[in-house]
Design a binder for this molecule. Structure first.
Ligand code: SF4
Length: 646
């Protein structure tokens, strides 16, 4: 619906693949004010429309593709878009975020979001150009790898238009078509990797969507926003994390720090350190494999790497892939990781879940639970395994269901490293217990980012006591909510690295950095007040946190730091509220016993995640009851209300 706010195109389209009907979905300015965009907006749409009996792989399930009010405005790292749906991996709400240029072009075409439901009888792809939305036969694209599919789409568009139109695309690979539970959606070289969004697309027989257009993206106070933006980008470029570490080594640069801190998952999370880590770390990637640094549209950080595989320049691996396909399976060949990373992207599979499922299978074999031929350190057959998973052949057919499903069939639940069915990232939580809590309570399952990314202060950039649980639940709430709000604006979460003033990061031995780190365990009561009454922060934070002011200048909405924070809180709680309809409660907020019951350092009880204790404090800080259900009072306080459904 038309909007008075800048930053929005004012249109959300509902596309029914079953009957080909397309209509506008009513999304009002009141909705925009409460939910901004991104994953939060998608959660509201899904919560309003799906009932608790909806199955992930069903006609009723929706793929909700959203942008945010920052997308396409030139705000730093704001080319993100989000795909939310019910996940075939977890059975609950998932949201998967992606860079590239699809979000930008979706807005240029005049849309803030697409909602795709139903199921096409035959494979189709959708072409969107401004007001025109067309379905095309995709039988010739079906079965292609993600790179080839994108090339073929460009050829088709070129044939039609006489030249390659500037466009954004999303495609799935064979993994999505064959309903691999952790299939991803690919856009250029970027991925909406997590939660199996690709298999929902595959189930709907939707191979691809292309978008292009030439609409203006309105900005409420353009000049003032540009002034703010100039200084914001300068700040990010001068920050030690967003201006140095991430551009220099990418996320791969974190491998060495994690090793030092005992946080590098090794041999399926048996250990937190890998003796050959130097062969698979960011420094080696930079020296021996990196061709050029790269990144998403309108991003001053540029954290991506380009490496060479079989003579071709392709996207390099992220930290999670390096950790899980390196020490995670006892492989020290970085060239192989680059190759596998490329293969997984081409087949359209999430590297985190694929790697972690493989590690589970290796351990199940080692322990005599499942005779599958897979062994730690044995790497000669892995490319074939990926292909078999994507095409559901042989043991690949079972691996395609992920580690939770496998552990229910073969046993070994204590070392199937997932939460709510989603495999954990490469950070070993027994040495970053705040992140351990985050993994367990995260709305989309075992996710470090949705979990609040406490590891950033628990060793990666600051030295807050890794094992001390005090203060961590309250900090987790703050980080989760701020990241929720940032993400709902369409901005990359790496910009949140810059929340910490540069001197604190650059001078780890200074008195103020030490004081900050020492103070964290005692900050609970203060943070609890802020969590309960975010409105008291009725101002904008200067320099370090520009998002709330930018949102006001782009949209014209009345925004303060407090209301921005509250919107994040609303989004996070809304997702939880929806998930409770799908059976999520305290019992679902778990980690495998290896992480909660077995100390990483034998005899040192502090090197395990004291989860149940932290959960109690966390639920209280969130205004949820002891069973982890948001109370009526909390829902009311945050203006959360879903439409009644039959
Ligand atoms: S920081 Fe990295 S992932 Fe984020 S927008 Fe920039 S290049 Fe993309």
């Amino acid at each position: 619906m038309a909007t008075k706010y800048g930053g929005y195109m004012g249109k959300v389209m509902l596309i029914n693949l079953s009957n080909g009907r397309i209509r506008e979905y009513p999304w009002t300015d009141e909705d925009r004010r409460l939910y901004y965009g991104g994953k939060t907006m998608a959660a509201k749409i899904i919560g309003d429309n799906l009932c608790k009996n909806t199955k992930p792989l069903s006609e009723e399930n929706m793929l909700v593709i959203t942008t945010g009010p920052f997308t396409g405005t030139g705000a730093p790292s704001s080319s993100r878009f989000n795909i939310s749906t019910l996940s075939p991996q977890t059975g609950i709400l998932t949201s998967s975020n992606c860079g590239g240029n699809f979000g930008y072009y979706l807005k240029k075409a005049g849309y803030d979001a697409l909602i795709i439901h139903g199921k096409s009888e035959k494979p189709v792809w959708i072409e969107i150009h401004n007001e025109k939305i067309e379905f095309h036969d995709a039988s010739d694209l079906w079965g292609t790898l993600t790179g080839q599919a994108q090339e073929m789409l460009d050829e088709k568009l070129t044939k039609k238009n006489g030249k390659v139109p500037k466009n954004g695309k999303i495609v799935i690979g064979p993994a999505g078509e064959n309903l691999v539970r952790f299939a991803s959606v690919v856009s250029n070289e970027r991925l909406a990797g997590r939660g199996g969004v690709g298999s929902v697309m595959g189930f709907k027989n939707l191979k691809a969507v292309t978008v292009s257009g030439n609409k203006e993206i309105p900005i409420y106070k353009k000049n003032k926003f540009e002034d703010l933006n100039y200084n914001w980008i300068r700040y990010l470029r001068n920050h030690p994390l967003t201006g140095d570490q991430l551009p220099r080594l990418g996320t791969a640069g974190l491998v060495s720090t994690m090793q030092m801190r005992g946080q590098l998952s090794t041999k399926n999370y048996n250990y937190g350190q890998y003796e050959d880590y130097e062969k698979v770390n960011g420094e080696t990637l930079a020296e021996e494999f990196n061709i050029v640094n790269n990144g998403c549209l309108s991003c001053p950080i540029k954290c991506a790497r380009t490496v060479e595989v079989n003579g071709k320049a392709v996207k390099g691996p992220e930290l999670e892939t390096l950790g899980l396909l390196g020490g995670g399976i006892l492989n020290s060949d970085l060239g192989l990781i680059n190759k596998w990373n490329y293969e997984l992207d081409e087949l359209g599979m999430d590297t985190i879940s694929a790697a972690s499922t493989l590690a589970y299978a290796m351990e199940a074999n080692e322990q005599g639970l499942w005779d599958n031929g897979l062994e730690f350190g044995k790497t000669d057959n892995i490319s074939q395994i990926w292909d078999d998973v994507a095409h559901r052949r042989g043991i690949g057919d079972e691996l395609a269901n992920g580690s939770k499903w496998l552990s229910e069939k073969y046993g070994g639940k204590e070392f199937a490293i997932h939460s709510k069915g989603l495999e954990l990232a490469a950070y070993e939580p027994r040495r970053t217990v705040g992140l351990g809590l985050g993994y367990a309570v995260s709305n989309r399952g075992g996710c470090h980012l949705n979990g609040g990314y406490m590891v950033l202060v628990e060793g990666l950039s600051l030295n807050v006591d890794q094992q001390n649980p005090h203060g961590k639940p309250d900090f987790t709430v703050v980080f989760q909510d701020l990241m929720e709000a940032v993400s709902s604006c369409g901005q990359c979460l790496f910009t949140t690295y810059a929340f910490f003033p540069p001197p604190i990061i650059s001078n780890p031995n200074s008195w103020y950095t030490k004081a900050f780190c020492k103070a964290v365990p005692y900050t609970g009561p203060v943070l609890r007040l802020l969590n309960k009454f975010p409105e008291v922060a009725c101002f904008h934070l200067p320099v370090i946190f520009n998002q709330s002011k930018a949102l006001h200048l782009i949209t014209g909405m009345p925004v303060t730091f407090g209301s921005f924070f509250k919107a994040g809180k609303r989004g996070y709680t809304l997702e939880r509220h929806i998930n409770t309809h799908f059976g999520v409660d305290r019992n679902a907020d778990t980690l495998p016993k290896r992480l909660t019951d077995v100390p990483q350092i034998p005899g040192d009880d502090s090197t395990r995640v004291p989860l149940e204790k932290m959960k109690n404090v966390y639920y209280k800080a969130r205004g949820w009851d002891k069973n982890g259900i948001p109370t009526k009072k909390t829902l009311h306080r945050l203006n959360i209300k879903l439409k009644d459904k039959a």
